[in-house]
Write a protein that binds this ligand. Sequence first.
Ligand SMILES: [Zn+2]
Length: 268
Amino acid sequence: MSLAHETVEAGVRRLRMRNWRGTAVGYEVSAYLLDDVLVDTGFAHARAPMLEAVAALQPRGVIVTHWHEDHAGNVPALGAIGLPMLMHEACEAQLRAHPEIRLYRRVVWGRTPALSQSIEPFDASPLAVVAAPGHSADHIVVWDAERRILVSGDLFLGVKVRIAHDHESPRTLVDTLRRMAALEPRLLLDAHRGVVRDGAAQLRAKADWTEETIAAIEALAREGVAGGEIVKRLFEGESLVGWASGGEYSRAGFVRAVLQESKGHCQY
Ligand SMILES: [Zn+2]
């Protein structure tokens, strides 16, 4: 397990966390510090180095982009030392409900301990917290209008991301991507891809690609092509992470998420 600090530019730091388990399947995650506000908390296996980093950097508060365990994994630990926090109410509800997670997620990231203490909010201004649903219903992003920096959690991840959980909403994501692109961010600070320059163009490219892919999936479904066959035809079969996750985070999951919404069984 390691946590490395990198300066992105004046007043902006990246806290980069990885462990051998995550690195083996190509994963690492970053939290970011904008002046004295920390965005995201890393995963439970990174608790000790995250607490050390917080002791050294002394943030005045924490914003949590969404409930997934690689972002909210240390919310209980940072709450316990009295750090004020902002998160979507659905995020807080999930952390209190303490849902069971799949084995591969427990192994890579660790399971977030249940949140039991109360969370004290804080005024993050001049930073703005903006609702950004799609990847998850509780997803928020942090917008620094002065520097035109968007701390984007898992909003972006890459242009052609054809992997999803069943509960994601690809159509909602397209709307969110266009809304965030309209802010014209200069930099995206992505939790997994790191620093993405030319943020607005990247968000638009992702919105376009996702929209085209949704249309292609729907066209095949209308012809009566089954989900598994759609994965083969459009995505050349399942991904490694798709197999490793037992299908939970997969190309088949992306297709299911699109088709569930087409049928009007949308959870959002
Ligand atoms: Zn996530």
